[in-house]
Write a protein that binds this ligand. Structure first.
Ligand SMILES: [Fe+2]
Length: 261
């Protein structure tokens, strides 16, 4: 039995579908990503978005994102990024997200012997993220009641340093709390994140930490200051089985885009 998850992250869509972010059209790139997603065999059993649904945080932009996700609305799971407004996200996706107003947006489900958890690291008005002791206690409690033999976590901000001056400066406060939990709980084997707009591999105790390219603009991983590069958009495929997982990035070929800084 295989349970296929596709992770999309950092969509950064604007209300105007042709608006550009540093020379890149996020909505048009998302359309290309969605087209490639529709060609996947097998199709995803779950679609997880790890934040930054929009860049302008307007209801019309979330509605535009939703319109492209129509085929997967019945298996869609979401957490917010720094470029999200919880109340607006919750209103536009009210059939998928419970709670009210600015309450954290998180999820959990079990499949193929795995417990899959979504963590909300959004801090209103901030670019960096935060994880609280209460959230980590919630995960601990959820694991205690779960018979799943493995656990995957999905969150916007990576819980590890990337050895990048500017990316680490907008990283995750409270990551040591998750590190302690991962050390005590080896069932947590995979943590998939966004925020840094490029592919990165790290490790947190027994958990592999994987970041995923944006569906839009890409960041240069080796720059000491924010730098955008004309990389191809992408998404992550994760195939969970009772015995483990495999994961890969798929990229989309795009026309040459002039990047502006
Ligand atoms: Fe982002």
């Amino acid at each position: 039995m295989t349970f296929r998850i596709v992770q999309l992250t950092d969509l950064h869509v604007f209300r105007d579908p042709d608006a550009l972010l540093k020379g890149v059209p996020p909505f048009r790139f998302l359309e290309l990503v969605i087209h490639q997603l529709q060609q996947l065999t097998p199709q995803p059993d779950a679609l997880i978005i790890t934040g930054d649904h929009t860049h302008d945080e307007l209801p019309e932009s979330y509605t535009a994102v939703r319109s492209l996700l129509t085929p997967w609305l019945d298996r869609l799971w979401q957490v917010p990024g720094n470029h999200d407004d919880r109340a607006v996200l919750r209103t536009v996706f009210q059939d998928r997200i419970s709670g009210t107003a600015d309450q954290p947006i998180q999820f959990d489900f079990e499949a193929a012997g795995w417990l899959c958890l979504g963590l909300d690291t959004h801090v209103p008005g901030a670019v960096a993220g935060s994880l609280s002791a209460a959230q980590v206690d919630q995960i601990r409690s959820r694991l205690q009641t779960s018979s799943a033999s493995r656990c995957a976590v999905f969150m916007h901000h990576p819980p590890v340093l990337l050895n990048s001056v500017w990316m680490d400066a907008i990283g995750l406060a409270g990551r040591e709390l998750l590190a302690e939990l991962c050390t005590a709980e080896p069932r947590i084997q995979l943590i998939c994140c966004g925020h840094v707009h490029h592919e990165f591999h790290g490790q947190l105790a027994s958990a592999a930490v994987r970041t995923t390219p944006s569906t839009g603009i890409q960041f240069a991983p080796d720059s000491e200051t924010p730098k955008f590069v004309p990389g191809c958009p992408g998404f992550r495929i994760i195939d969970l089985t009772p015995g483990g997982y495999t994961t890969e990035i798929q990229r989309i070929s795009t026309p040459s885009i002039p990047i502006t800084h």
